[in-house]
Design a protein around this ligand. Structure first.
Ligand SMILES: [Zn+2]
Length: 258
């Protein structure tokens, strides 16, 4: 773990990049921001999480770090020990966790629950969609008050640019940097289930409603149909070995969702 704290005092804000080592848009965004040597009005901790995986340009070394929380200081895997170390650092912080994805090119936010703190973090991203992933256990944002963002397709310059824009917006909205920002009122999606299975081709569009009976994935002439209408989120052909992704319901704008 590489960490740098800027600004005066003990940070209550943290920005985390590279929980997945091959998703380097957040690391680039932090690097580009820091190169300008900006003046921070409050303390912020910047973290590059899985340095060994970054160096090898792989998602993880022994196991998926974002599935290893809370981790164990004496754990058997590199990521189990790293998860425990990260959580000790980040436990009291409000966290922005930057990722990239195989599922969807337009950035969206992810949260575990919608309490007031998380609502404010989501608005601070300036993004137009948020997915409540309370249904999927275990990630960093299930263990800290945080918001994750999927900044675009893995390894693209667009994801890097998006990550930098979102980072600056977030730091502006949280009062850490004196820069312009938007606070959004995003459309809220809530994950209701997972679609499992290997080697499916996903033929729908994320965030576009799949009607009952419609085909959304196929392999070797076999098709998956929706039993009931749903919205695909984090669905892709390449993203996961063991599943297509998640099904969700759309709840409305954040300001309208209780
Ligand atoms: Zn990721």
């Amino acid at each position: 773990m590489q960490t740098e704290t800027v600004g005066d005092g003990t940070p209550d804000l943290a920005v985390v990049a590279c929980l997945h080592g091959d998703e380097q848009c957040g690391k680039s965004a932090i690097g580009n921001l820091m190169a300008e040597r900006p003046t921070f009005d409050r303390a912020v901790q910047f973290v590059v999480a899985n340095e060994a995986a970054v160096a090898a340009n792989v998602r993880f070394v022994d196991e998926d770090l974002n599935r290893a929380f809370p981790g164990n200081p004496d754990g058997d895997t590199y990521e189990s020990r790293l998860a425990a170390e990260l959580l000790a650092e980040l436990r009291d912080r409000r966290v922005l966790d930057l990722h990239s994805t195989h599922s969807h090119p337009v950035p969206f936010a992810l949260v575990d629950g919608l309490d007031e703190t998380r609502r404010n973090l989501v608005r601070a991203t300036g993004l137009e969609r948020v997915v409540d992933i309370g249904h999927i256990p275990g990630g960093l944002i299930s263990h800290v008050a945080g918001v994750a963002v999927e900044c675009g397709y893995v390894g693209t310059a667009t994801a890097e640019r998006n990550a930098e824009r979102i980072l600056r917006n977030f730091l502006g909205a949280t009062g850490a940097l004196d820069v312009p920002f938007d606070e959004s009122d995003p459309e809220v999606y809530r994950v209701t289930g997972a679609v499992t299975g290997r080697e499916y081709e996903f033929v729908g569009q994320n965030f576009e409603r799949v009607e009952a009976g419609e085909t959304f994935a196929r392999r070797d002439g076999e098709e998956l149909h929706a039993d009931d209408p749903f919205y695909p989120v984090l669905m892709s052909t390449e993203g996961y070995d063991e599943m297509v992704g998640f099904s969700a319901e759309r709840l409305g704008r954040l300001s309208e969702v209780g």
